[in-house]
Design a protein around this ligand. Structure first.
Ligand SMILES: [Zn+2]
Length: 357
């Protein structure tokens, strides 16, 4: 409730500013401006981008609000309980940039054919102290690949999610054009550069609480059965990822950009298996999402893709799938948290327990 109060006050302040501006305009009316409000307009906000900060509350607030050589910001910041740098007794949403203004949170980005998403999105940062250890054994300067990284992803807490859900409810009311598929992570809109909010962000729980997109298991099973019999071409997988919203070129090749988009997709929808490979279950989930949210695209995406001509080939040896295991290069992710000690059915059970608990 306090968070709602805080945001309500922030919005009241904004309304006050708008009212003042209108009063000034009213004054202008006498000098030649006539106001005739059109019914034909909508909000410029159509996307919500979720981030994690990788830093504690105090450092995050400083970074997002103070001038620097590389200034960044977000519209909202959600603290974390048990953070010693957050000294309030109850968690509150911090509003840092008015929704009508551009916060600098998205960077070079792409979603659903739109680019430069600072113009049309709301950015929400959650304090979450994810961190990565970079290998000191290999000198990155002497190899083509960056040195390997080992990343740790702490879970998001229930109080944070409660605040987030309340905030999303308010945002959705103010900007009704935001579709379920347009509530995304930073990694979804910038898969070559970003991994936040990471594989521990509970997208499925958020969906059950009314926000964002998720698939229906039965539909996934249907496509999984179908694709087990007849695999989908990589061109079609790329086309389906693009149809869902990802900024991906249809190359017909399992190149780095495709692996990065697959990583973002798997972190969002298949967090128990982030392999950067177009596995049958990943593709079945992708088509189940298309089936649910873009059914008009299905026929075309199930036909041999016209986007690729000639034989498909991979520029890399296919690697065996790994269950959240260590990577060959920094683009891969390793999860070293409770569930990672399980394997096979144990891993699945672990994630099921966590996601439904
Ligand atoms: Zn981010």
């Amino acid at each position: 409730m306090l968070s709602h109060l805080f945001i309500a006050r922030f919005n009241t302040a904004i309304r006050g500013i708008v009212a003042t501006a209108l009063a000034v305009l009213a004054g202008c009316t006498a000098s030649g401006i006539v106001t005739e409000t059109s019914q034909n307009f909508n909000s410029r906000i159509s996307i919500v981008v979720i981030h994690h900060t990788t830093a504690n509350f105090s450092d995050s607030l400083n970074t997002l609000t103070k001038p620097s050589s590389r200034p960044v910001s977000s519209h909202y910041l959600i603290p974390e309980p048990d953070d010693s740098t957050y000294d309030k007794s109850r968690l509150k949403v911090y509003a840092l940039v008015p929704e009508g203004e551009r916060a600098w949170h998205a960077g070079v980005s792409h979603w659903s054919g739109k680019i430069g998403l600072n113009d049309q999105s709301i950015g929400i940062e959650l304090v979450n102290q994810t961190y990565c250890h970079t290998s000191t054994e290999l000198d990155g300067a002497t190899t083509e690949q960056p040195p390997p990284r080992l990343c740790f992803f702490p879970d998001f807490t229930d109080p944070q999610l409660e605040l987030l859900v309340g905030l999303l409810g308010d945002i959705q009311e103010r900007h009704p054009d935001i579709r379920p598929t347009d509530i995304v992570g930073h990694a979804d809109i910038a898969p070559d550069r970003k991994i936040d909010p990471g594989p521990r962000f509970p997208w499925q729980r958020l969906y059950r609480l009314g926000y964002g997109a998720w698939y229906d298991d039965e539909t996934v099973i249907r496509y999984w059965e179908q694709f087990t019999q007849q695999a989908v071409s990589l061109c079609n997988v790329q086309s389906a990822l693009q149809a869902y919203g990802y900024g991906i070129e249809i190359s017909g090749v399992l190149d780095e950009q495709t692996r990065n988009v697959l990583r973002a997709f798997q972190m969002h929808f298949r967090p128990s298996k982030v392999s950067r490979e177009p596995t049958t279950d990943t593709v079945a989930i992708l088509y189940a999402l298309i089936d649910k949210y873009y059914p008009e695209r299905l026929d075309e995406l199930l036909q041999p893709s016209a986007a690729c001509s000639g034989e498909e080939e991979s520029d890399e040896e296919s690697e065996p799938e790994t269950e959240l295991l260590a990577s060959e290069n920094s683009a891969d992710l390793t999860i070293s948290v409770d569930c990672a000690v399980y394997d096979g059915a144990g891993l699945k059970k672990c994630f099921l327990q966590r996601n439904t608990g």
